[in-house]
Write a protein that binds this ligand. Structure first.
Ligand code: FMN
Length: 195
């Protein structure tokens, strides 16, 4: 007997909120449930649950076979690099990404030095703010993807206002947007050429 290869598109969602049941997490769960119904294999990683320490700026990544920081960063980054669809979700903190998301972003530098390029077929950006900073935060996520991918990649955005955990769930238009976002991601995955 041999294991059959899983042919379903692989969707990886990285969530930068420390709140396990916060607004980003809720919206990502909703989108992933829809994508699973469309036939995808989905995995959600709460970045704060992993041991991802700050880049120490050695700047000698190219002469090393592994980052000297022996933590969970490489394992998390490998999943992002394996994804057909990559979702990056963060609460807006000081009109920017959260610290958990920035730690993840910076640790990609080792892959960058080794000419490994992010290669998803589609990217989904999710940001939630109480009031301000949504576009700045989405722009920061987009800069990371642009700097990490070899080529332009199709992308979709889900942004909304919510503050306390549970606010997004109570926001019917935002919930409808999250379903639409999942529909767009699923359609883009189906339309993408097989690699
Ligand atoms: C440290 C911190 C900084 C924040 N900065 C902003 C901000 O600049 N603009 C804003 O509108 N909301 C800000 N917020 C509110 C969060 O973006 C908001 O509560 C969001 O819903 C959190 O998402 P989550 O539930 O997924 O963690 C901040 C919250 C915290 C804890």
């Amino acid at each position: 007997m041999h294991a059959t290869r899983d042919e379903r598109p692989y969707v990886v969602a990285l969530v930068g909120s420390p709140r396990l049941r916060g607004n980003c997490s809720f919206l990502v769960d909703l989108a992933l449930a829809d994508l699973e119904r469309q036939g995808a294999r989905c995995e959600k990683l709460m970045l704060g649950e992993f041991d991802i320490r700050p880049c120490q700026g050695h700047e000698d990544c190219d002469s090393r076979s592994a980052c000297p920081r022996d933590d969970d960063a490489a394992a998390v980054i490998e999943k992002a690099y394996a994804a057909d669809a990559l979702l990056l979700a963060t609460p807006v903190y000081y009109e920017d990404v959260s610290a958990q998301m920035k730690l993840f972003i910076d640790r990609n530098v080792f892959f960058n030095y080794h000419d490994r390029r992010l290669d998803p077929k589609v990217v989904g950006y999710v940001a939630v703010a109480a009031e301000t900073g949504l576009q700045e935060t989405i722009a920061a996520l987009k800069r990371f993807v642009a700097l990490s991918c070899g080529a332009a990649v199709r992308s979709f955005e889900l942004t909304g206002f919510a503050d306390k955990a549970g606010d997004a769930a109570a926001n019917a238009p935002l919930v409808a947007e999250a379903h639409r976002f999942a529909e767009q991601l699923g359609a883009a995955l189906r339309e993408a050429p097989d690699s």
